[in-house]
Design a protein around this ligand. Structure first.
Ligand code: PBG
Length: 322
């Protein structure tokens, strides 16, 4: 044997030099759940270590995360059932606590990149991302609602809009609405290839946002498909997206790699609630080493081609990386 690959692995001094993939807290976006009220920190049962925060307690928590080096946050609202309706009017209402929180967070931490979600589900009495009539999710009727929501978030000071609804044409409509209102600097990170996945359940528990009937298969993608992801990517690029997201991440590493190879835009991946919940559960049982498994997962997502990763592991990883 004149060729022995193990020679390049024999000591960490060498391994560290030839390591191809780098992961740091700079790559991470921390998703957090917000609830109206005061003094609330209520744990999401299916996502231990993650909480629905009221703004007063969220602000110091964000500060703690900023001190750990986290600079990007994605905020999701848990909306009271009585505020939900068919057209998600609360999503752009004057007194919306989510919009108020965006304002307060950006005032206190102007340097962080704050991302929002644009989709009807947290505000919809039907629990769908789009407008529902006779059991159908109507695409074009949903678009102006999404545009209003995005403009309201921009007015509150959001840095990055995250359309997660998978309606056709929404990136273009949102871009135009933002530009018309003068928000040409507000970015769009499109949920480009968002699959109809079983891995979102803990998130839907957190927001109490599960569909009241049916499923999301007429708008979210079929897990069997990959060419379609490319089609969505081309459309989002043409409509003016700044970054393309793949979601979930771990079962879709091939999709991340495909978009990375076929787009000049930054690619992000959402390491979703169910993916993190599996690790929390196995670690609680002592079956897996939490820190090593979490780090390996995040590294794999980076290796597949993701520039940024949305992950509930962000704070724990930041602590570990210190
Ligand atoms: C809402 C939305 C969902 C997630 C992000 N935005 C849930 C869904 O589409 O049902 C899932 C995130 C996660 O599971 O961590 N449109």
């Amino acid at each position: 044997m004149n060729i022995r690959p193990r020679r390049n692995r024999k000591m960490s001094a060498i391994r560290d030099m030839i390591s191809e993939t780098h992961l740091s807290v700079n790559h991470l976006i921390y998703p957090m759940f917000l609830v109206d009220g005061k003094g609330i920190k209520s744990e999401v049962a299916s996502l231990p270590g993650n909480y629905r925060w009221s703004l007063d307690l969220l602000l110091p928590e964000i500060e703690a995360c900023v001190n750990l080096g986290i600079t990007k946050f994605d905020l999701f609202p848990a909306v009271a059932e009585e505020l939900k309706d068919k057209t998600a009017t609360y999503s752009y209402a004057e007194d919306n606590f989510y919009l108020h929180a965006i304002r307060a967070i950006k005032e206190r931490f102007p340097e962080i990149a704050l991302m929002s979600d644009v989709a009807m589900d947290p505000y919809s009495s039907d629990g769908h991302d789009g407008y529902v009539e006779n059991g159908k999710i109507l695409n074009d009727e949903t678009l102006p609602i999404l545009a209003k929501m995005a403009v309201a978030q921009a007015q509150a000071g959001i840095d990055i809009i995250g359309p997660s609804d998978m309606m056709d044409g929404r990136v273009g409509v949102i871009r135009e609405a933002l530009d018309d209102e003068g928000f040409t600097d507000v970015s769009i990170m499109s949920y480009t290839a968002k699959y109809a996945s079983a891995f979102y359940n803990p998130f839907r528990d957190a927001l109490d946002s599960a569909p009241k009937s049916g499923d999301k298969k007429t708008y979210q993608m079929d897990p069997a498909n990959v060419k379609e992801a490319l089609r969505e990517a081309y459309l989002d690029e043409a409509e003016g997206a700044d970054m393309l997201m793949v979601k979930p991440a771990l079962c879709y590493l091939d999709v991340i790699a495909l978009l990375k190879a076929n787009s000049t835009l930054p690619i992000t991946a959402y390491n979703v609630s169910g993916e993190c919940a599996m690790v929390y559960a196995a670690a609680q049982k002592g079956w897996l080493d939490y820190e090593r498994v979490m780090s390996e997962m995040l590294l794999s997502i980076r290796r597949a081609g993701a520039d940024g990763i949305l992950t509930y592991f962000a704070k724990d990883f930041a602590k570990l990386a210190r």
